[in-house]
Design a protein around this ligand. Structure first.
Ligand SMILES: Cc1cc2nc3c(=O)[nH]c(=O)nc-3n(C[C@H](O)[C@H](O)[C@H](O)COP(=O)(O)OP(=O)(O)OC[C@H]3O[C@@H](n4cnc5c(N)ncnc54)[C@H](O)[C@@H]3O)c2cc1C
Length: 520
């Protein structure tokens, strides 16, 4: 039997961020990971058929990681996690060869929007200017601390013009916001895709502000040199430097309570690991139903009702190539040859309704995909002269007819053919490929239930203070000594590290090792 101050469940980036802060505060911790590697959604792998070609099978586009507070405080650059932020950050390439482009330089983005609609370019500028202070003073700080009670938050926001504008825009859905403000179908499609679809259900009221917030954000897509797993390795180095232990292939069977208080974790191999507290990065069903059969009924009921995103699962096609994809559109616009995130198949914003309907019916919609060629920006991810590229597509977790294990390769071939319509050389220059379905995601990372890579939707009231559910927001749970620290907490999924960072603030305050701000 071993004994620690704290035990963390799951070695994804959120747990590792939390564990590193606990170690810095002098606490002895262990992190238990069921898989054979650490990092969760930070995975960089090689297919044994093509050694030396590295593929990022989960996250790749990391948003402004080098601006996150934990990135600097945990000295992750020094530990090997370095980032690049390509200038032509996103390009929506149309069948006609035209392209809507987001640059790291806003003026170039506005010029690209003006090619489609001068009015939309002016609207873009207006909303960006209005939301820069909202982002800097309200939304940015809100994501970097435990969420406030919604009533208290509303009262505070109502006191300032910026706060009132935020409330007014967030009362809309992203779809309503874009329909109200913009006119050109390609601009609308681009905004919704880039700024909305990946994060929230576009029909959901309460999230209209996501569009102007992302327009105003200086946080562009970045990639980790060497692959996403380098960030996990750097975090693990920060953990180990302060004595933190990470055990892989070690699965918890139950969280052990004594008179209602956490006293440790029993593993599937029968070991009892003692700890004063447990922080779980798993989803609420795993934490409260699978691992806590003795949790109070009310808590179990609320955990059981936690919902996942219908539109979050991804299908991935990963290529091994002799040359990068050469887009036909780049013959006219040379800059497209160096586009980072490329979106294909999206021509008009009405396609969203179609995508949603297909998800609801378990059918495969016409292909809208996005991806990148990592080796254009980081040669270390392939042998000399070689390249990797990938495309992702939003596809339903459950198929109405057939199942993913049978459909996967057939669909991958269809996707490759669609890609070749824009970049014919992906056929001739292709050495090989492999695909991964939403089912593969869930098998790899069971916390991403139903393939939901955001680990829980923002519908069903699962947002801010009430995420994952009322009474378990603020990273504390109704069970003494049990904390949450994963993407099912505020501010949600993706590689932000903020659930782990915020959980650290709460846990250290509860242990008397730090102080929380007002309202908590
Ligand atoms: C295909 C794909 C593409 C993505 N692309 C992006 C992107 O480009 N940008 C972006 O920001 N995000 C992206 N994401 C989402 C991102 O990876 C996740 O939101 C993020 O990894 C969640 O972080 P986490 O620390 O909360 O959990 P995870 O990273 O999921 O880590 C959880 C850990 O817990 C472990 N675990 C699960 N069950 C148990 C158990 N019972 N016991 C012990 N351990 C367990 C898992 O093995 C895993 O290591 C993508 C995800 C996928 C699947």
């Amino acid at each position: 039997m071993s004994s620690f101050d704290g035990i963390l469940l799951g070695a994804g980036h959120n747990s590792l961020v939390l564990q590193a802060y606990l170690g810095r505060a002098g606490l002895k911790t262990v992190c238990l990971e069921r898989g054979s590697t650490i990092g969760g959604g930070l995975a960089t792998v090689e297919d044994p058929r093509w050694p030396g070609y590295r593929h990022n099978t989960h996250s790749f586009f990391h948003r402004a990681i080098d601006q996150m507070p934990w990135y600097g405080e945990l000295e992750l650059e020094r530990r090997g996690a370095t980032y690049v932020e390509p200038e032509l950050n996103v390009a929506l390439i149309l069948k006609s060869g035209e392209a809507l482009c987001w640059w790291t330089d806003f003026e170039r983005t506005a010029e690209s929007f003006a090619e489609f609609s001068a009015r939309d370019a002016a609207t873009l500028r207006r909303w960006r200017e209005a939301f820069v202070p909202i982002l800097e003073r309200i939304l940015g700080p809100e994501a970097r601390r435990p969420a406030l009670d919604p009533n208290a938050r509303r009262k505070t926001l109502e006191q300032t013009a910026a706060g009132r504008l935020l409330l007014e825009t967030s009362a809309l859905s992203p779809l309503e916001f874009v329909e109200r403000e913009f006119e050109h179908p390609v601009v609308k499609a681009g905004l919704l895709f880039f700024n909305g679809l990946r994060e929230v259900d576009l029909r959901l009221r309460g999230f209209g502000h996501h569009i102007p917030a992302l327009l105003a954000s200086p946080a562009k897509a970045q990639m980790c040199i060497g692959g996403a797993a380098r960030l996990a390795d750097a975090l693990a180095a920060a953990v180990r430097e302060t004595g933190g232990e990470i055990r892989t292939s070690c699965e918890p069977r139950r969280i052990v309570l004594d008179r209602g208080r956490v006293i440790g974790v029993e593993t599937t191999s029968g070991e009892l690991i003692r700890g004063r507290f447990v922080a779980s990065s798993l989803n609420p069903q795993q934490t409260f139903l699978d691992l806590l059969p003795d949790a109070p009924t009310g808590v179990r009921e609320r955990a059981a009702k936690f919902e996942y995103n219908l539109l979050a699962p991804l299908f991935a096609l990963n290529l091994v190539l002799k040359a990068p994809p050469q887009y036909r559109a780049a013959q006219r616009r040379a800059e497209l040859a160096r586009a980072f995130m490329v979106i294909l198949g999206l021509e008009r914003y009405e396609q969203f309704n179609d995508i949603v309907r297909h998800h609801e019916e378990g059918r495969i919609p016409s292909t809208v995909m996005w991806g990148a060629c990592p080796t254009l920006f980081d040669a270390s991810q392939a042998p000399p002269g070689g390249h990797t590229a990938f495309m992702w597509e939003k596809l339903p977790y459950r198929l109405a007819s057939g199942d993913w294990d049978r459909e996967r390769d057939r669909h991958a071939e269809h996707m490759l053919a669609q890609w070749a319509l824009y970049a014919p050389n992906v056929m001739q220059d292709g050495i090989g490929w492999f695909a991964r379905s939403p089912l593969d995601t869930e098998r790899d990372l069971p916390n991403m239930r139903h393939g939901d890579l955001l680990v829980g939707s923002f519908a069903n009231g699962q947002v801010g203070y009430d995420r994952p559910f009322r009474g378990a927001g603020e990273y504390r749970t109704p069970i003494d000594g049990l904390y949450l620290c994963g993407s099912s907490c505020h501010p949600g999924g993706n590689i932000t590290g903020l659930p782990g960072y915020n959980a650290a603030q709460v846990l250290l305050a509860d242990l008397g090792l730090a102080k929380l701000g007002p309202g908590h």
